[in-house]
Design a protein around this ligand. Structure first.
Ligand SMILES: Nc1nc2c(c(=O)[nH]1)N[C@H]1C(S)=C(S)[C@@H](COP(=O)(O)OP(=O)(O)OC[C@H]3O[C@@H](n4cnc5c(=O)[nH]c(N)nc54)[C@H](O)[C@@H]3O)O[C@H]1N2
Ligand SMILES: Nc1nc2c(c(=O)[nH]1)N[C@H]1C(S)=C(S)[C@@H](COP(=O)(O)OP(=O)(O)OC[C@H]3O[C@@H](n4cnc5c(=O)[nH]c(N)nc54)[C@H](O)[C@@H]3O)O[C@H]1N2
Ligand SMILES: [Mo]
Length: 678
């Protein structure tokens, strides 16, 4: 293992520092950051990772606004007012860490170690910032385990059961496809580097199909847009599978050689003729038939499957049916054919190898049930909640229940954060966290195929510390031996790199990008194969526990009182809720003109969106981009972006997806009315 080619943070003069973005996004961009006199003056994309191609999103281009924002947390602080009041007094790191260690020890003595719950998800998504020193610390402590289900739980389980998380078609190879289906995905906001390849394919004559309740930017460019009702992708995909079999376009040779369960899948698809699926999805049968024609006859065909379709009661089954399509139609084996979903499995990185400390047999808490866990769980009750890499008040279902839980007087809440958020307002102790521009990490996207070194380009702002440092300090205070953090963050980097498979670690430390199989452009079933135990595609994976049966459709729960479906997709302004502090103006609910007219609502009117869980007061935006009956608020809003401080998650039930206990963000039913003007 070579020495890492890393230099200490620059404090003087002007330098251009190469690094990478580890935020929760498929693209994992390579960056070039200009620093003058120790301050960031410019953040740009570089070509170090070819997929970045020298350009990046506006969010990260302006990330210095967060780094130096007035909301940036500069020092540890303890609560000095009532819970939720947001009043704090500064303390030293030693005081804060001693207090946390004492409260954790006390909770363990009185209630058992499971009364401590770590709570983390999508902050910096690198190998050092998530599931490394933190996981070791909480495992050794014996804390409750967190089922990290906020995102990608159903899609992850579907991909694992069916294909063992086989690597997907690389972005570049989209230009080779003759048919591209973008399903539940909006790369124009959520992974911008795919878009140019899709456009290249279109210029070369490829057809583009978008399946999304909204008319997204790509839907505008598409040859066919199927504006499905949220939650109806399962029947739509099954009807396409049925049609392939009925028309004799199923690839029987491929099915026989490479798959198991095709007969059962065919049976599951049998009840779904195109007409019935189209009626349920609220789309024209003719359009669905056109898609069936194209998918049955055009190759190479690739499906870009996103996450929009997973966030509802049928999300797991829908994803399975979508992923089954290329196997049934025999679309693999050619460049530009197959599917892409998450590529995070491409490197064969095993979390358990990186962590290296066994998981205790403690109870598991589903993170989508945070409110219930705080309010209802006994044996033991949760006494200490430790939040990092996460802003649950903004991002977790059933916001009002979460807030009630966080208000519990006997709960001790620690929040390790970069800026004051809606969640820090409920903390008992706030710890200042470094941003990715102030720390080491190994960045791993889930679309583009690179592992990259993240390095500090400036010294930590204020007294901010990295996750790695904080958990090392706490481990020492709680008498944990063997927490390999003595060498500090750079030592952690070396160690994590050493635990990566193949020679990825050496490549990353050497400043070279470690690339996944197939040179980063794998052809499925040529360069990469299913990583299921038997190497087959499992089209009917009976081991998957499905709430209402595998591939079984659960009806729309809309009622007369709450007839509208609310979705809350990603926006180009934030990454989940990260950068919400910079969002200008009031949030707007997008709604179709017919839904607005029926409620006598005009564009820009103040409105109330409500159901039995809560209400959100904001403005209306009337647009033909929505389908009738479906309304949309942005994901990741902060309280300041609505009139009443509630956001979409105040309306999102904490019900779980059909498989894997995922979140049902796009399965809320609401009513909308004009808000009396103040
Ligand atoms: N700018 C930006 N980029 C991001 C993020 C962000 O917040 N902002 N988030 C990152 C994260 S954490 C993730 S997981 C990815 C997500 O990446 P995407 O999956 O692309 O994002 P989403 O917005 O969740 O969903 C995509 C689309 O699904 C549609 N949709 C909603 N419900 C349904 C449905 O039932 N069926 C179908 N077919 N479509 C539906 C939405 O209208 C939306 O256009 O993006 C990552 N990149
Ligand atoms: N309504 C609705 N809600 C959603 C979704 C939706 O579609 N609709 N999508 C969901 C999805 S896809 C996801 S992935 C989740 C994400 O939800 P979260 O996990 O809450 O992700 P973020 O909102 O990005 O918040 C991450 C926080 O971590 C902090 N952070 C970043 N880096 C570090 C670090 O190194 N150390 C520490 N201590 N903190 C750090 C950031 O400042 C930020 O406040 O949101 C979900 N919420
Ligand atoms: Mo996500």
């Amino acid at each position: 293992m070579p020495d890492p080619k890393i230099s200490p943070p620059r404090s003087w003069g002007r330098s251009i520092v190469p690094t990478a973005c580890p935020l929760d996004c498929p693209d994992c961009c390579s960056l070039s950051v200009t620093v003058e006199r120790g301050k960031i003056v410019k953040i740009d994309g570089s070509t170090a990772a070819p997929s970045t191609d020298g350009y990046i999103c506006g969010k990260v281009r302006h990330f210095d606004r967060r780094v130096y924002h007035e909301a940036r947390i500069l020092q540890p602080a303890v609560r000095s007012g009532p819970k939720g009041s947001g009043r704090f007094s500064n303390v030293t790191w030693d005081e804060a860490l001693d207090l946390i260690a004492a409260r954790m020890q006390e909770a363990r003595d009185r209630f058992g170690a499971e009364s401590v719950l770590p709570y983390h998800y999508g902050g910096s998504n690198g190998i050092l910032t998530n599931d490394f020193a933190d996981a070791r610390f909480f495992r050794r402590f014996g804390a409750s385990r967190l089922a990290r289900t906020l995102c990608a739980a159903p899609t992850g389980e579907a991909a694992t059961a069916m294909y063992g998380r086989m690597a997907g078609v690389g972005y570049d190879d989209y230009a080779r496809a003759r048919l591209i289906i973008v399903w539940g995905c909006n790369p124009s906001a959520t992974g911008i580097h795919l878009v140019s390849h899709i456009k290249r394919a279109q210029h070369a004559g490829a057809k583009l199909v978008v399946i999304d309740p909204r008319r997204t930017p790509l839907a505008r460019l598409a040859d066919l847009h199927l504006p499905v009702r949220p939650g109806t992708d399962l029947p739509v995909a099954l009807s396409l599978i049925r049609e392939l079999f009925v028309r004799g376009q199923a690839d029987q040779a491929f099915l026989a050689t490479h798959t198991l369960g095709s007969d059962q899948l065919r049976q599951a698809a049998e009840p779904w003729p195109l007409a019935r699926a189209a009626a349920i999805a609220g789309i024209r049968e003719q359009d669905l038939a056109t898609l069936a024609d194209w998918y049955g006859t055009i190759s190479p065909a690739v499906i870009r499957c996103g996450w929009g379709q997973e966030r509802n009661r049928n999300g797991g089954g829908a994803t399975m049916a979508i992923l089954a399509l290329p196997a049934v139609a025999g679309k693999f084996g050619v460049r530009g054919g197959g599917y892409t979903m998450s590529n995070s499995g491409a490197w064969n990185i095993k979390a358990e190898t990186i962590i290296g400390v066994p998981q205790p047999a403690s109870r598991t808490v589903n993170m989508n049930h945070l409110g219930r866990a705080l309010l209802e769980y006994q044996d033991p009750p949760i006494q200490v909640l430790f939040v990092y890499n996460c802003n649950p008040v903004a991002t977790v279902p059933d916001q009002n229940r979460v807030k009630r839980g966080l208000m519990r007087e006997d709960l001790f809440t620690v929040v390790h954060e970069q800026v004051l958020t809606d969640t820090t307002a409920y903390a008992d102790v706030i710890l200042p966290a470094t941003t990715f521009l102030e720390q080491y990490d190994i960045a791993k996207g889930y679309g583009a195929y690179h592992l990259q070194l993240v390095q500090p380009v400036i010294a930590p702002v204020g007294d901010a510390r990295s996750n790695h440092d904080v958990f090392g300090e706490l481990a020492a205070r709680l008498g944990q031996d063997g927490q390999a953090t003595d060498l500090g963050e750079a030592g952690g980097l070396m160690e994590a790199a050493g635990r990566l498979p193949d020679d990825h670690g050496a490549a990353v430390l050497d400043g070279k990008r470690a690339i996944a199989p197939g040179g980063g452009a794998p052809v499925q079933f040529v360069d990469v194969h299913p990583k299921t135990p038997d190497g087959k595609v499992h089209l009917y994976p009976a081991a998957v526990e499905a709430r209402h049966g595998l591939y079984a459709y659960a009806e729309d729960p809309a009622t007369d009182r709450f007839p509208l479906s609310l979705i809350s997709p990603a926006s180009e302004h934030t990454v989940s809720s990260t950068l919400g502090e910079l969002r200008p103006g009031m949030a707007r609910l997008k709604m179709h003109p017919a839904d607005a007219i029926a409620r006598v609502i005009a564009d820009g009117d103040p409105i109330k969106i409500f159901n039995e869980l809560g209400e959100v007061h904001c403005e209306a935006a009337i647009t033909g981009d929505m389908r009738e009956g479906t309304v949309s608020l942005p994901k990741g809003l902060w309280a300041k972006s609505t009139f009443n401080g509630a956001t979409a998650n105040a309306l999102v039930p904490d019900s779980l997806t059909d498989i894997a206990g995922g979140a049902c963000f796009n399965d809320a039913r609401v009513q909308v009315e004009l808000l009396a003007r103040h």
